[in-house]
Ligand binder design. Structure first.
Ligand code: ATP
Ligand code: MG
Length: 734
């Protein structure tokens, strides 16, 4: 195999296959390419693909790596190239009993978790206003990252009202998962560690199998992931990790840069190779990215070089409004596409998913096909979740959460009371609800109205389970939707919304067809697993000519000829929270570095002077990061004419001079918004501003929709819209 396309350092890394190796290098320096070549080289040297494990962060990265390796050496289907989660799942499916699960366990995704926590809060009489499910789940997840279960949490925290409540929910949450034969995402990793700790044979099996281990994007591994890898590599130390400390963007999820330092400690013989040449970006982009990230204090200084040309200056455009910003981006893309660029060349990388909406609008308006890469959106739709719940029950009859989701979906006359009655029966009989309902004795207790349809549903699901190995996944899907009456209910309702739902269910079928086409041995279990694991970037199809929209987080490891980074405003990017701590700001800055270094030829930076977020319109201030970019590299001229006024769109880079001199200070968007409303209302006394959360003695909590000097219009959670007289109404801000 020829390695002549690689530089000397890269070749050195490729050829060192025994022992431990750390490749530490900046963006676009060929870390992933080196890893790919290293795998191919090993196989070329006679090492069996079966003995190689390569771990990546996204499924997309895994499949890309596999296809690149296959390009080099042909088929390597028995090599494990996969994400941490996929790897652990495979192992757990083989040894489920060792960790107290049945083989057909299911995975709960974020929204399943939320539902479960919400149910628990309700049952325990804990207020979900005071303890938001999302907050509790964050605490649980943080705990699990530190390998602490509910008891561990209790032991570690000071006992008070708050920690007691969280413990109660945590404990019940654990039990409920176990009872439902289900795991959440954190459990997947945690249980793999448990498996290795409890079962030496299992650990030995994988230690022997994976004689050579590689981890890409190592800077983003958390404690548990590190521990797993360390256990697997313990006996042979043939471990190669690849990373860039400047690109650590998952600290908030427990990623720990110290893993790199620990690596050198745990594997003292490790060799470190640094790559310094960047092959991805033109010089201006590289320099701009560096001019931002060098402001981080906690980093090892390193500067990449490239022998590419310096490239265009980086256009920066400050739009009047967020809408206009989106329009500007779409027009730029349209313009360049007219000149012959493929739409695949373009990516719009934003900070938050919510930003996609405006770009979707402007791209549609300009007739430019696009793709939004955020797994959530589609799979979060109600009908899709329902269909998935039906399919899960086929796989796992213990899954009470799924049963609760669909028992009255479509309407079967099963009110809360009837559902709770079934739950109680199940509890007494120590069964799941599905199992209980499969017994005629329990079915008989249902009200007459519900009896027939519930019976039909239960029989249908049970039948699908019995026959699942004889049926195609798509047949199971059809059977479930038709026989349980789900489709019919949608058809009968005859609304536009129902039609859209049916379309989505058809789209879901194409997901199944795709799976059936590609899978070696398609099963409903494997299909469900893939769905749950499908990370954001996964529905990304390179063959289709479209503009790509995604968050900067999910763009990790990818590259595009032209990148747009919109929303460069304090409070959005960096986000408001970043202003609370230096560490938070530095993480956002690394994210900015990741975003900018995705660009190969052109990078566009934009911001909007006025932006509407969460229903509130704010004046914005240009991003701290923008102010950090070396101004010599920016240009405000390479832009179009303004639609309305006809003046040059170009905001000359000089306009930022004033900011650069200002002290570093967080921007208080809320304060500005209030001042704004106040000015409009023409009164100095207005205490309530649009967007304020308020509490009324009688009506409870609500949101201020309008405010002038005499009245306040509030949308209350309880009674809807009310116009109240200021000064009289028992209203206070919260
Ligand atoms: P990131 O930090 O963003 O993950 P990376 O270090 O993994 O980047 P790669 O994605 O492997 O970098 O490579 C970046 C680009 O440079 C790719 O297009 C790759 O094909 C190219 N490249 C890598 N090494 C070389 C080389 N020696 N000669 C020419 N091109 C190269
Ligand atoms: Mg990479």
């Amino acid at each position: 195999m020829s390695l002549e396309n690689l530089n000397d350092k890269q070749q050195e890394a490729v050829k060192q296959i025994e022992g431990s190796l750390l490749i530490l290098a900046g963006a676009g320096s060929g870390k992933t390419s080196t890893m790919t070549h290293r795998i191919a080289y090993m196989v070329d040297q006679g090492i069996s693909p079966y003995n190689i494990l390569a771990v990546t962060f996204t499924n997309k990265a895994a499949s890309e790596m596999r296809s690149r390796v296959e390009d080099l050496i042909g088929d390597c289907s028995n090599m494990w190239i996969m994400t941490f989660h996929a790897m652990c799942l495979r192992m757990l499916r083989i040894f489920p009993e060792q960790i107290g699960y049945q083989p057909n366990f299911v995975i709960y995704d974020t929204s399943d978790q939320k539902t479960l926590v919400r149910n628990i809060l309700k049952e325990k009489g804990i207020s979900d206003r005071e303890f938001k499910p999302q907050y509790i789940l964050a605490v649980i997840s943080k705990s699990k990252e530190k390998e602490k279960d509910a008891e561990g949490y209790r032991a570690a925290e000071e006992e008070n009202y708050k920690t007691k409540a969280i413990y109660t929910v945590f404990k019940e949450y654990e039990e409920r998962l176990k009872k439902n034969n289900a795991m959440d995402f954190d459990d997947i990793l945690l249980n793999a560690v448990k498996l290795f700790e409890r079962d030496e044979a299992a650990l030995l099996k994988y230690q022997q199998r994976f004689h050579y281990i590689m981890v890409d994007e190592y800077q983003d591994t958390n404690h548990i992931q590190y521990k797993l890898i360390k256990m697997l590599a313990e006996s042979h130390h043939n471990l190669c990790v690849v990373g860039d400390d400047d690109q650590c963007i998952y600290e908030w999820r427990g990623a720990d840069i110290r893993n790199i330092l620990d690596f050198e400690k745990d594997f003292p013989e490790a060799k470190t190779i640094k790559l310094e040449q960047n092959y991805r970006s033109v010089d201006n982009i590289l320099k701009a990215a560096h001019s931002v990230v060098r402001n981080n204090r906690s980093r090892k200084e390193k500067q990449l070089w490239t022998n590419k040309e310096c490239g265009e200056k980086i256009p920066y455009y400050r739009a009047d409004t967020d809408k206009e910003e989106a329009d500007y981006v779409a027009r730029q893309i349209g313009y360049m596409a007219d000149k012959g660029r493929s739409l695949n060349d373009f990516a719009i990388l934003y900070r938050t998913n919510a930003q996609s909406r405006l770009f979707e609008g402007s791209l549609s308006q300009h007739g430019l096909p696009y793709r939004v890469l955020s797994g959530q959106r589609y799979y979060d739709r109600k009908e899709v979740k329902d269909a998935m719940a039906y399919m899960r029950l086929v796989v796992n009859p213990l899954d009470d959460l799924s049963l609760r989701r669909i028992i009255n979906e479509p309407k079967r006359g099963m009110g809360d009371k009837s559902v709770e009655k079934i739950a109680a029966f199940a509890e007494i009989r120590d069964q799941s609800m599905m199992e209980a309902l499969s017994d005629p004795e329990v079915l008989d207790t249902l009200p007459g109205r519900a009896y027939d349809s519930v019976k039909e549903m239960v029989e249908c699901i049970n039948l699908c389970r019995q026959e699942k190995d004889n049926l195609r996944v798509s047949d199971i899907y059809d059977t479930l939707l038709v026989k349980t009456g789900y489709m019919k209910a949608l058809e009968d309702s005859n609304t536009v919304e129902a039609e859209a739902r049916m379309d989505n269910l058809m789209e879901f079928k194409s997901v199944i067809y795709d799976y059936e086409k590609d899978a070696e041995n398609p099963t409903v279990e494997e299909f469900m697993e893939q769905l749950t694991l499908a990370a954001e970037v996964d529905n990304y199809d390179e063959d289709q000519d479209t503009v790509t929209l995604m968050t900067m987080h999910s763009a990790k490891g990818l590259e595009f000829p032209v990148v747009f980074m919109p929303g460069l405003e304090d409070g959005l990017f960096p986000g408001n929270k970043a202003f609370d701590s230096v560490a938070g700001m530095e993480e956002e800055r690394r994210l900015c570095y990741v975003g900018m270094t995705r660009a190969k030829e052109l990078l566009y930076l934009t911001s909007a002077a006025v932006r509407t977020r969460y229903g509130r319109t704010d004046y914005t201030r240009e991003s701290q990061f923008l102010r950090e970019v070396d101004k010599k590299l920016l240009t405000g001229d390479a832009v179009f004419e303004k639609k309305s006024g006809g003046t040059s769109l170009g905001v000359s880079t000089g306009s930022m001079d004033g900011y650069a001199k200002e002290p570093y200070k967080p921007y208080d968007a809320l304060k500005y918004a209030r001042m704004n409303t106040r000015a409009n209302a023409g009164t100095g006394e207005t205490e309530f501003a649009v967007g304020d959360k308020v509490e009324h003695k009688k009506f409870g909590q609500g949101l201020v929709i309008e405010a002038d000097d005499k009245t306040v219009k509030v949308a209350f959670d309880s009674v809807g819209m009310k116009k109240l007289a200021k000064g009289l109404a028992p209203l206070k801000k919260i």
